[in-house]
Structures are given as structure tokens and as C-alpha cells.
Design a protein around this ligand. Sequence first.
Ligand code: C2E
Ligand code: MG
Ligand code: MG
Ligand code: MG
Length: 278
Amino acid sequence: EAKNSGKGRVVWLERRETSRFARHAHIRRRLQLAVENSSFRLHYQTQLELSTGNSSSVEALLRWQDEELGDVPPAEFIPIAESVRLIHDIGRWVINEACGQARLWLDAGTPRTISINVSPIQLAADNVVADLTAALQAQAIPASLIRVEITESSAIADLPKASRQLRQLQAIGIRVDLDDFGTGYSSISMLRSLPLNTVKIDKSFIDDIDRSHHEASFVGGLIRAAHALGLKVTAEGVERREQLQVLRELGCDTAQGYLIAKPRTVTDLSAAPAFSLN
Ligand code: C2E
Ligand code: MG
Ligand code: MG
Ligand code: MG
């Protein structure tokens, strides 16, 4: 302890801050280039409908492999993109790419619904409705093939404004899912005040449902509350068969997680065998 409280620790902290700052700056520079060159990819993670075993819905997850930085996870570069407003261009790229893919799957006779993650900053800036409308038209795909995932923080910033935009999305037929429910600034009252179709319960609540009765009954309560409000429920981060079994008993609608499928490229997705519920 004494060793850590002296000058050495200050120097170490400064060095750590410096390297954090340097990496932030490096990512920002490379991200600018990546936006100009559209050097992003989307991976797709299957969502499993528990009552039917149907798995024709996927979530689009952004991937970025940079020549200098290697693979940078979205949890690291999305906040940086948000802080320098590159998120608007990136978000538009994601929307266009996902709608283009929806068109390709439709043409191939294997239509899939695609969920798109939308950043709080995008939602606050007003462009999302116009960008999505334009992309749906450009690809001539039905709005029912696209869903939007928002996080609770995005809704919090300006609740009336967020509600208005989400209602506009729903009016054109795009369904709205609340992501990571239970983390951040979540409250049950948000489920009542926001126009939503589905609640995605965060992985941290799902982790131990097969090992703890308390955790299972808590998630059961969340599912009943959501259902009482007319919302569907998706469980995130399902990694074990036993968790899936508990979720079926609790009446959860949809499950997503490594057990069912990891996020995959389009090619790998079509090659993979369908997950079987039994
Ligand atoms: P999210 O939207 O909650 O996505 C779920 C994350 O959990 C993904 O991480 C996914 O790969 C991971 N995951 C799925 N199943 C499991 C599992 O069973 N176990 C574990 N340990 N992890 C699982 P990923 O792809 O790294 O994305 C992280 C976050 O970055 C996303 O969380 C989302 O908030 C954000 N993100 C990803 N793509 C986009 C995008 O296109 N736009 C925006 N604005 N944000 C994005
Ligand atoms: Mg998501
Ligand atoms: Mg999530
Ligand atoms: Mg999450």
C-alpha cells in the first residue's frame, strides 16, 4: 500500500493516463479514415423465438478491423465515435448496410429481420427516422424487416423527444427494442413511458438464472411486468442449455447468446446449422 501511495504511483498514473489518451487519439484518427473508406463490417447474431424455434431474426453488430490497431471492439470505439460525432456517419453506414443485407436475404428467399443498434447521440440528433426511411425506400424493403435497438441512456437524455422519434419509427412499421434493460438508468417506469415493442434483459441478469432461484424468480418478475405492459421479452447472453430451459419455463419470448449462435459473417451464418430447441 505504502509503495502505491508515493511518487511512483503518481508517475504510473500519469503514464497510464498518457497512454489512454494516446490510444484514444490514435483510434480517433484511424476512425476518421475508416469512415472515409467504409472499412467496417457487420456481423449478425441469431435470435431464437422460444415458442416456435424460429430463428429468422438477427442483430447487426458492428466490426472494425484497422491496419494499425487490429480488431477494435465496438465497446471501445463507439464511445470515441460518439465523442467526436463520427457516430452519425458510422450510424448511417450501419443503417444502409443492414438494409442492403435485408434486401439480399429477401432476394435469396431467406428473409431475415435485422435489429440495428442506434446510439443515443444519433437519436438525439434527429436523423435516424429520415435515414431509415431513405434506406427502406432505396432497398424497397418492408419496414417490418428492420428493428431498432436503443439503450436506456439514449431515452433518458430527452425523454419526450426520444419518445416522439420512436413513435415515428413505429408509425412506419419499424419495431423498437430497449437494449441492456437493467443496466444504466433503468426503471420500470421507462417501460411504460417509452413506445417500445420489446425489452432485452441484460446478460448480467441472465448469467445465474440456472444456478440461483432468486435470480430466476427476479427475471420471472421482469418478464411478467413486461408482458403486463404488452411488451415482448428477449434474454441476452444465453450461454448454457440450462439457462434456456429456465427462460422457457418463465415464458420468455426470445433468446440470444453464444449458446444459440455467436455473431457471424453473412457467409458463416448461411453455412451454420439451425439451432435446435430440443
Ligand atoms: P449490445 O447491443 O448489447 O450487443 C450484445 C453484445 O454482447 C455484443 O457484443 C455480442 O457479441 C455480445 N454477446 C452476445 N451473446 C453473448 C454471450 O452469450 N456471451 C457474451 N459474453 N457476450 C455475448 P459486441 O458485438 O462487442 O457489441 C458491444 C456493444 O457495442 C453492443 O452491445 C452495442 O451496444 C454496441 N454496438 C455494436 N454494434 C453497434 C452499432 O452498429 N451501432 C451502435 N451505436 N452500437 C453498436
Ligand atoms: Mg443491441
Ligand atoms: Mg444488449
Ligand atoms: Mg449489451
